[in-house]
Write a protein that binds this ligand. Structure first.
Ligand SMILES: Cc1cc2nc3c(=O)[nH]c(=O)nc-3n(C[C@H](O)[C@H](O)[C@H](O)COP(=O)(O)O)c2cc1C
Length: 369
């Protein structure tokens, strides 16, 4: 395989297969896994495949522009890299390589609270970096993290609202998954370490070492008043990630949120939660243009991006595919994933008779059972 991992990688499924071949089983499972019986994880894909786009014709697509704005800033695609924890698990450069690839591809990179590389090193790459915030048990520490991200030059704060604690990810439980010593949460003082191993009895309710760390660190008491406090505290665009209900989208708009991510965390939180693409139309209607709508969970191709736009989204996030690319070829591997998505999206746009992203948002869709 070439250094950039591009050989024989013609779609994201190829990259997934190549990553599976190089990752240790427990890491592969940590990336791939969902919670519970993984019903929602799998349903995300099935739901996207049920969305059919009605293409338009005879509309001069000789110049097909994939560019757009996300949170008010130009992006080369209606796509951003989702926040994904502990990327040094799959490649020594971790988030740094992924942020470089995103910068080269002209799309935003979201740094997780649980990034294994500090946000300052990621913003130093020079691309557009968003900072994902988990609400910590001490709210003051959450706000300190916001200040740190702002000082580093992050361009948005994305509060994840679907993790009062971690969903039960049975693959990690069965593999007794724990982080190796060289991978740490760069923004948190401690852990997850051996100290966070769940007791053998499972008495704490925590299912794995990561789960125990999350339980000790994240606040399950997050409410709309925390969102209001955050809105007061930062002038950066504020994004809520993990919205599926129309009522919550309405509330987000009332709170002055700039965007919501319609997401079920890639099927890693509530198993049995609605596939995010099925929630999208209601969220779009409820927000009534009051904020941008992004979608994630299961996006794997340019066609999926087109589907999301046709259903009213402003753009999408991709999580696991970036990690597959990272595992396969570091920065070059992530770049390959983003280049494939760009080429596929341009192809889908033109074949649907759309010369630009705005036209894609006018397309009609039909849902087949
Ligand atoms: C290994 C892994 C780690 C993740 N870590 C975070 C995180 O730290 N913060 C967060 O908000 N979401 C996290 N997510 C969820 C992603 O941001 C995103 O919602 C999800 O991966 C989208 O689905 P996809 O992987 O099918 O594209 C993680 C997902 C994976 C697979």
């Amino acid at each position: 395989m070439r250094a950039d991992g591009a050989e024989d990688l013609h779609c994201l499924a190829d990259v997934e297969r190549a990553a599976a071949a190089v990752l240790p089983t427990a890491v592969r499972d940590f990336v791939a896994g969902g919670s519970g019986a993984e019903v929602t994880r799998d349903a995300n894909r099935a739901a996207l495949d049920r969305v059919f786009v009605v293409p338009r014709v005879l509309r001069d697509v000789s110049r097909c522009a994939t560019g757009t704005t996300l949170l008010g800033r130009p992006a080369r695609l209606p796509l951003a890299v989702a926040p994904v924890a502990y990327q040094r698990l799959v490649h020594p450069e971790g988030e740094l390589a992924a942020a470089r690839a995103a910068q080269a591809a002209g799309v935003p990179f979201t740094a997780s609270t649980l990034s294994s590389v500090p946000v300052e090193r990621l913003t130093a790459v020079g691309g557009s970096v968003w900072f994902q915030l988990y609400w910590l048990r001490e709210p003051g520490r959450s706000l300190d993290l916001v200040r740190r991200a702002e000082d580093a030059g992050a361009e948005a704060i994305m509060l994840t609202v679907d993790v009062p604690w971690m969903g039960r990810r049975l693959r990690d439980v069965r593999n007794r998954f724990a982080l190796p010593d060289h991978v740490r949460a760069a923004h948190l003082a401690a852990g997850p370490t051996a100290a966070h191993r769940p007791p053998p009895s499972g008495a704490s309710g925590a299912a794995s070492a990561l789960d125990a760390h999350t339980e000790a660190t994240f606040s399950p008491a997050l409410t709309w008043s925390s969102v209001a406090a955050l809105r007061e505290r930062t002038r950066l665009p504020l994004v809520l990630k993990g919205i599926l209900a129309a009522e919550d989208a309405r509330r987000a708009v009332e709170c002055g949120v700039d965007a919501v991510v319609v997401s079920n965390h890639g099927g890693r939180q509530l198993d049995g939660a609605l596939p995010s693409v099925d929630a999208l139309p209601e969220v779009v209607a409820a927000s009534a243009g009051g904020c941008e709508i992004l979608l994630d969970s299961g996006v794997r191709s340019g066609t999926d991006v087109l589907r999301a736009l046709a259903l009213g989204a402003s753009g999408v996030l991709v999580g696991r595919p970036a990690l597959w690319g990272l595992a396969v070829g570091g920065e070059g591997g992530v770049r390959r994933v983003l280049d494939l998505l760009a080429a596929e999206f341009r192809d889908a746009l033109g074949l649907a008779g759309c010369a630009d992203v705005a036209a894609a948002r006018e397309l009609r869709t039909v849902r087949r059972a």
